[in-house]
Ligand binder design. Structure first.
Ligand code: NI
Length: 390
């Protein structure tokens, strides 16, 4: 494959990608409210002559058919913004008070539109489905809405990318294995018996039992799990009691679990139930435990990772090894449909303003890198007969 041609094509659409990204940046919309963003994407795709489906009130799937039959590749970009008041002073600053593209989803959307422009004029076998997905920053996730109509059934692979401003422009991480964490919510109610603060023998102190449970839960990751298959539990809230001289009848805590192996949740749940239940019993109290699964982990397919490495090298990018993040991304859901690959793309800017910061911004040259990589990967994937041939 001629990768130099891919770079030239990405260079040619770079001004369009920048202009489009700045439009989205100036007009950010919150999760599930991306109506203007969706309208803009649909208009652009119509101008390109690319047919679309809209399986949800916001979001778009564009369908690019090649000249002959073949495999189907999905490429996903998330399109939503965050409830943050932008503090940057740039010409393309957010015009929507209290809403900001502070995670780079404006770049994802613009890069995918620019990729549509490039692919539209190329010859390839098979089909590319461009997934402009709403509500990544929300639960339940917009990924489920995009899959709900069956439009992604039959995909042979689905790829996605996220720009990261702490990684240098031109760098890519496309390693196999767990890249973003799975999450679950933990709710524990401790039931005791209320009483007078001076007479604990007549009561069962739910606060003391809850405190012991909270501490014992921290032994889960340090004393029960394989160090190579880690998890973290954070109890973020603990509520108990009404006055200083009243022994609390109840205590309630909520927390989050993060882990990288989707198969680990049953073990974590069993451990939390045992630790909470037996600790409560040691204090004559009872614990009710509720575990609510959240997002699965983003796990990169090894074969797709090999192909992604080839595309990065082909376009002259540099390969980075990045530690898995305990953040989450609902891209993980697409693994229900097909093998997946999630690329982390360098968008190096001012590292003192991380993602979700009101002064977050990115180096727009990342758009060119994303378009070149999407295009190179798509052509390589579609022109390769079967994953086993990699
Ligand atoms: Ni994001």
């Amino acid at each position: 494959m001629d990768y130099s041609n891919v770079n030239q094509l990405a260079e040619a659409v770079f001004p369009y990608a920048v202009e489009t990204r700045r439009h989205f940046h100036a007009h950010p919309e919150l999760s599930n409210q991306e109506f203007e963003t969706t309208r803009y994407i649909l208009q652009e795709l119509e101008n390109m002559g690319i047919p679309c489906v809209t399986p949800a009130p916001t979001g778009v799937i564009a369908v690019l058919s090649g000249r002959k039959p073949g495999k189907t590749l999905g490429i996903r970009a998330d399109i939503d913004a965050l409830p943050i008041q932008e503090l940057n002073e740039v010409p393309y600053c957010s015009q929507n008070p209290g809403v900001m593209h502070a995670c780079g989803h404006d770049a994802h959307t613009a890069a995918l539109l620019a990729t549509a422009r490039v692919l539209r004029d190329l010859e390839f076998p098979g089909t590319v489905k461009l997934i402009f997905q709403p509500a990544e920053e929300y639960f339940p996730s917009g990924a489920l809405a995009m899959m709900s109509g069956g439009d992604l059934d039959g995909c042979d692979a689905i790829i996605g990318a996220h720009v990261f401003s702490h990684l240098p422009v031109g760098s890519f991480c496309v390693e196999p294995g767990g890249k973003m964490a799975a999450s679950a919510s933990v709710n524990i109610r401790v039931k005791g018996k209320g009483g007078h603060g001076g007479m604990p023998h007549q009561a069962v102190d739910a606060t003391v039992a809850a405190a012991a449970i909270l501490l014992n839960l921290q032994t889960l990751s340090s004393r029960e799990l394989d160090v190579h298959n880690p998890a973290v539990i954070t109890i973020g809230t603990l509520q108990a009691g009404t006055a200083k001289n009243i022994i609390a009848e109840d205590a309630f805590m909520t927390g989050t679990l993060r882990y990288f192996d989707n198969g680990l949740l049953p073990q974590l749940e069993a451990s939390i139930r045992r630790l909470a239940g037996h600790t409560a019993a040691a204090f004559r109290a009872e614990a009710e435990v509720e575990i609510v699964p959240g997002l699965p982990a983003v796990v990169n397919d090894p074969s797709l990772s090999q192909l992604a490495v080839k595309a990065v090298q082909g376009i002259g990018g540099s390969l980075l090894s990045v530690k898995p993040s305990a953040g989450v991304d609902d891209f993980a859901y697409y693994a229900q449909k097909a093998p997946c690959l999630y690329a982390q793309i360098g968008a190096g800017h001012d590292a003192s303003f991380p993602h979700h910061n009101p002064r977050f911004d990115l180096d727009e040259r990342c758009l060119k890198q994303a378009v070149a990589w999407f295009t190179a990967f798509a052509l390589d994937f579609l022109e390769t007969d079967a994953p086993s041939a990699l």
